[in-house]
Design a protein around this ligand. Structure first.
Ligand code: ZN
Length: 50
């Protein structure tokens, strides 16, 4: 899964300080935090037939 910045939705996310703090840093907008979005690379269409 690709990590995405929750602020600007950029995929240029790296571990902040080498991941020592369990946080991520966005290279695009400068966001730093533990919360990141994860984009599923595989599309799993869920279709419910009633
Ligand atoms: Zn960002």
């Amino acid at each position: 899964m690709a990590k995405m910045c929750p602020k600007c939705r950029s995929k240029e996310i790296d571990l902040y300080m080498g991941g020592n703090f369990g946080q991520y840093q966005c290279n695009k907008c400068g966001y730093v935090g533990a919360l990141v979005l994860e984009e599923e690379t595989e599309k799993k269409p869920k279709r419910f037939k009633l």
